[in-house]
Design a protein around this ligand. Structure first.
Ligand code: NAG
Ligand code: NAG
Ligand code: NAG
Ligand code: NAG
Ligand code: NAG
Ligand code: NAG
Ligand code: NAG
Ligand code: NAG
Length: 449
């Protein structure tokens, strides 16, 4: 009987609000209205963080919306805010089911209104396959993509390669061009940040490149002027800060670029300080180190993302960096930096040891912890095992109290499960459920970079 309630409970939760993302690195995020959409990160899922229902609680509310046909990591994405079309560009690409490389398309579109993927037809000079760039889009629909790290073809490449060309995708007529600029061309690089200022300059910060080339300093910035398609460089003033790659950035309305985290390009070691600000309202631009309380602050991270929503810089996922050793842990929480008061808060994520039975995300979490097979294929209750299942039983007890006076009928026909709930002889719920909980696990995994 406990098992029947278990099935019912899972179905009920599924029908409400049940998705819980895995940790990730090398993903992309874009803000669309009150949602942050997430793509890639060795994943083919698309999901969003519902900010309206997250910021007034301490819990991240996640909604899964679609799958793509491909696993992507270290791509870049931008949104044309006029029509909520997301462009997901470049990156490592694999068929999620066979694990084979699949570079059949360099650009994918996601329509965030229809929640549908498309593969656009693009004319012009298609850039060579590359990853670890950061694109920006302007109001007229031009996407600027600088440099990046070559996708290696094992049959012809034996050393890593970086680019320093500027490629522009016009999303109005879906045409690529590669600019032929030699004046003030920046060094080749990937894993930098790119920020489009309101005056049409793109500021390129940090990143990594060919180990044979000098380290990319934070004191010399390269600026691309989108008004006349020219490069220039600028020596900054202000604080001295560690070089960094795999960091994240947002631009505030005051013209401050706020950078969080990153790591040394090759060793992946932690950089300090985590939070730095580039003030672009003075010339030359000035590095500032804000005075931030450590309360609720995130760990040092790399390969995370940042989005600005109202006055919050929202830091998602990524890998936790250390001072003396390679990263081994992933970030599970979402961190919010209030860019006016410089204080941090946390949206709690997966914490099985701290389950709140009245919180839907925790119910989802619990569901995830129950092995898939026991959910729907077993006809007898699973044999008791320690922790997760014991917690499931506790949850079932809570549910049973709620359902006193109701009659629940569960019938399984092959892989189809039918649940009928009646209260006082009145049918209040009929649910059919196919064996779709069988998870579409990603069988292909990119080697760690
Ligand atoms: C949070 O805000 C959303 C949207 O405004 C609302 O539906 C929800 O009830 C609020 N939750 C709490 C706990 O205040
Ligand atoms: C977005 O809309 C504005 C105002 O209608 C227009 O000027 C601009 O060209 C549009 N951009 C894109 C990329 O469609
Ligand atoms: C790798 O290079 C070989 C030889 O030039 C070519 O035939 C093959 O299509 C390339 N593979 C990819 C994925 O580009
Ligand atoms: C696309 O639009 C741009 C800007 O309007 C124009 O310069 C370019 O020639 C167009 N390309 C094609 C192939 O139509
Ligand atoms: C850059 O040079 C190439 C080869 O000379 C040419 O095909 C291409 O049209 C040029 N691009 C631009 C934007 O002029
Ligand atoms: C491009 O415009 C900037 C100002 O926006 C100016 O300083 C620079 O001289 C211009 N470059 C060229 C080649 O016209
Ligand atoms: C930073 O803030 C703390 C607490 O508000 C204060 O004691 C300290 O003097 C501040 N440091 C700087 C450099 O402003
Ligand atoms: C879960 O929450 C408990 C209590 O708040 C905390 O001690 C523990 O470190 C958390 N575990 C994880 C994995 O975040």
């Amino acid at each position: 009987m406990i098992f029947l309630f278990n099935i019912l409970l899972l179905i009920l939760i599924d029908g409400i609000y049940c998705f819980y993302p895995e940790t990730r690195i090398g993903h992309n995020s874009v803000l669309i209205n009150n949602k942050i959409f997430y793509f890639a990160g060795n994943s083919h899922e698309v999901f969003y963080l519902d900010l309206l229902n997250s910021l007034n609680t301490s819990y991240a509310k996640w909604v899964s919306v679609a799958d793509s046909s491909i696993n992507i990591k270290y791509s870049t994405s931008v949104v044309n805010i006029n029509d909520s079309t997301v462009f997901l560009i470049g990156g490592l690409m694999k068929n999620p089911f066979t694990g084979d490389d699949d570079y059949s398309h360099f650009v994918y579109n996601f329509d965030a209104k229809k929640l549908k993927w498309e593969t656009p037809q693009i004319k012009g000079d298609l850039p060579y396959g590359r990853k670890k760039m950061q694109a920006v889009i302007d109001n007229s629909g031009l996407i600027y993509i600088f440099g990046g790290n070559k996708i290696l073809n094992s049959s012809i490449d034996n050393v890593e390669m970086w680019y320093n060309d500027m490629n522009i995708l016009n999303v109005i007529n879906m045409t690529w061009i590669t600019l032929n600029i030699s004046l003030n061309l920046p060094p080749k690089r990937s894993d930098y940040s790119a920020t489009l200022l309101s005056n049409g300059f793109i500021v390129y910060i940090g990143g990594r490149n060919d180990p044979g080339q000098p380290a990319i300093t934070m004191n010399e910035l390269y600026l691309f002027d989108t008004n006349n398609l020219t490069w220039s460089s600028m020596i900054t003033q202000g604080a001295q800060i560690d070089i960094r790659a795999y960091h994240s950035d947002v631009l505030t309305s005051e013209g401050h670029i706020i950078i969080y985290g990153g790591c040394y390009g090759d060793s992946h070691l932690q950089v300090v300080p985590n939070t730095v600000i580039l003030n672009t309202q003075v010339t030359p631009y000035e590095w500032l180190i804000p005075n931030i309380s450590s309360k609720n602050s995130p760990p040092s991270l790399r390969g995370h993302t940042a989005d600005l929503y109202k006055n919050f810089m929202i830091i998602s996922f990524g890998e936790i960096t250390n001072a003396n050793s390679s990263p081994t842990n992933m970030n599970k929480n979402i961190y919010l930096l209030d860019v006016q008061t410089f204080t941090w808060s946390i949206l709690k994520n997966n914490n099985i040891s701290n389950v709140d039975f009245y919180n839907q995300n925790d119910l989802c979490l619990l569901q995830k912890k129950i092995p898939i097979e026991t959910k729907i294929t077993r006809k007898t209750p699973p044999t008791p095992t320690p922790n997760p299942i014991a917690k499931a039983d506790l949850l079932v007890t809570v549910f049973t109290v709620v359902t006193v006076g109701t009659v629940v009928t569960v019938v399984q026909v092959g892989t189809l499960i039918l649940v009928v709930v009646t209260i006082g002889g009145v049918v209040v719920l009929v649910e059919t459920h196919e064996e779709l909980l069988t998870s579409k696990r990603n069988i292909s995994v990119f080697r760690s970079e």
